[in-house]
Design a protein around this ligand. Structure first.
Ligand SMILES: [Zn+2]
Length: 503
């Protein structure tokens, strides 16, 4: 966004603070002590404090009583609670909780204390409400936190089944997210509601299907009876809440596996790639001297890259946006997570004060910027996008998200970033600006190797003209395609690639 960019430029010395350096603001506590945790027949002591935002409770004591596995994340700041198949991430200084790939705000940030982290009521409700069916009630006069079962609900459900190109998709649609568990057995998937009952009025006849033999609706469970030798993948769609199962035939085992003692390092390889054209809508991104807008150029590049990647290799390529639309940064990575992408590429164009700066830069994400310049680049992209809606409440969260989602892909992100940078330097004879690390919000939270490519400088009039030339863009795209090919070869190994080439 031009306005913010100017602000940053005019600011000149605008402080760039890595989020890791931000200390959580101490919160004044009005009282602290021991309350009672009342779980029906059991009453146990529970540490509590009261801040201006309301009461907070010692999480560890509640986890002991209600279940779950609590652990400290790889970074000291983050806490992780695993309950069934759901991961909850939160930490002091962050007034938000991440549930899977979803982010929910909290009334206040958890507070570190001697007896462990103290957390607000709405975090407890998020953790133990949806999944376990518990509700919490705080009685300040009696200093008692009551835990009760939520009353049973009648949950309406709509079931749809579609078969398309060898895949049967079963969609269970609910007006809100029910509490449920998924059980899997041979040829059977059961979705069991926790505490609630299904509304039986919504049953309708489903078409006969080659992969899903039957869908049975019980009072509290939905059973998918599958054909032999099929696999099913489940995922969630929101608004309205849908639990989706993609059912497909298992690929037949390749011949003579006994002759090859080394198993493939990664079975999935690089099959789905998400390309993220930076900015969009009222967020124009950088603007060149002759008026080129970053958001338009990134979309042009992304579409061309998508087409060429699919020409060259058997991959599925998804764009985070395929029109001039505004899209929050968190949504972009959430989308990549939802698509189960194996690679995430965010495309941008650079802009700085000096009109002579030129070249491409490839970033992978980290909490610490590799140098002051990288920190400023990240700040510019983050600032521009934070002008949208949610901004600050979620900003703290990048620490935690990064901690958990991206850290395990750090080495692969770095490897891919280096390949991209090498290819861009070779193809375009660009000034080597190298691979850098910076806390880009768009990369944080991606559960896959992820890079951000600044394809050139719009603030450099010569480079702006070059980027407007289709032949130059084509070279740029080819360089990116080669980087992906080299990365795929490295990840999948030559044998897997050769198998793939067979009809
Ligand atoms: Zn940008």
């Amino acid at each position: 966004m031009a306005r913010l960019l100017c602000l940053l430029l005019l600011g000149g010395q605008l402080a760039v603070v890595a989020p890791a350096a931000e200390e959580p603001q101490p919160v004044a506590l009005y009282e602290s002590g021991l309350a009672t945790l009342d779980i029906g027949r059991r009453q146990v002591p529970l540490g509590y404090s009261v801040s201006v935002f309301g009461p907070v409770f010692t999480l560890r004591s509640i986890v002991v009583q209600l279940g779950g596995e609590l652990k400290l994340g790889p970074l000291y700041q983050s806490h992780e609670l695993i309950l069934g198949d759901t991961q909850f991430l939160f930490g002091p200084g962050s007034s938000a909780v991440t549930v899977g790939t979803e982010i929910y705000p909290l009334t206040q940030a958890p507070i570190p204390a001697e007896d462990g982290l103290k957390v607000p009521l709405d975090l407890l409700e998020t953790i133990y409400g949806e999944k376990m069916g518990y509700e919490f009630q705080w009685d300040p006069a009696g200093r008692t936190l009551k835990v009760r079962r939520q009353p049973q609900r009648q949950v309406p459900v709509t079931i749809d089944l579609v078969h398309l190109q060898g895949i049967t998709t079963v969609v269970l649609q609910f007006p809100y997210q029910p509490r449920y568990r998924i059980h899997r057995a041979a040829n059977l998937i059961e979705v069991e509601l926790i505490g609630d009952r299904l509304n039986p009025e919504m049953v309708k006849a489903l078409p006969t299907d080659p992969l899903v033999r039957d869908v049975k609706l019980g009072q509290q469970e939905i059973r998918l009876v599958l054909a032999k030798d099929v696999e099913a993948e489940d995922y969630i769609l929101q608004d309205p809440f849908r639990l989706v199962f993609d059912v497909y035939r298992k690929t037949p085992a390749t011949s003579a596996p006994t002759l090859d003692p080394t198993p493939p390092t990664r079975s999935s390889g690089v099959r789905t790639i998400v390309i993220d054209p930076g900015h969009g809508g009222s967020d124009t991104g950088a603007i060149g001297l002759s008026g080129t807008q970053e958001k338009d150029l990134t979309l042009t590049l992304a579409r061309a890259l998508r087409a060429r990647l699919m020409e060259r290799m058997p991959v599925r390529v998804v764009l985070t946006r395929n029109e001039d639309a505004e899209l929050p940064l968190e949504t972009r990575t959430a989308l990549a997570n939802q698509q189960k992408a194996d690679l995430f590429i965010s495309l941008h164009l650079n802009s700085v004060q000096s009109p002579t700066a030129n070249g491409a830069e490839t970033y992978f994400s980290s909490l610490e910027a590799s140098d002051e310049y990288a920190a400023q680049a990240a700040e510019t992209e983050n600032l521009v996008a934070a002008a949208g809606d949610d901004g600050d409440a979620l900003y703290d969260l990048q620490l935690i998200l990064w901690d958990l989602a991206q850290s395990q892909y750090l080495a692969q992100s770095q490897q891919f970033a280096k390949l991209v940078q090498d290819e861009l330097n070779d193809a375009l004879g660009l000034n080597n600006r190298g691979v850098k690390q910076a806390p880009f919000r768009v990369l944080i939270g991606a559960s896959m190797p992820a890079v951000l490519v600044e394809c050139g400088f719009l603030s450099n009039p010569e480079e702006e003209q070059a980027l407007l030339d289709p032949a130059y863009r084509s070279q740029l795209i080819n360089a990116l395609v080669r980087a992906v090919m080299r990365y795929r070869a490295a990840v999948m190994g030559p044998r897997a690639l050769a198998d793939e080439a067979l009809p």
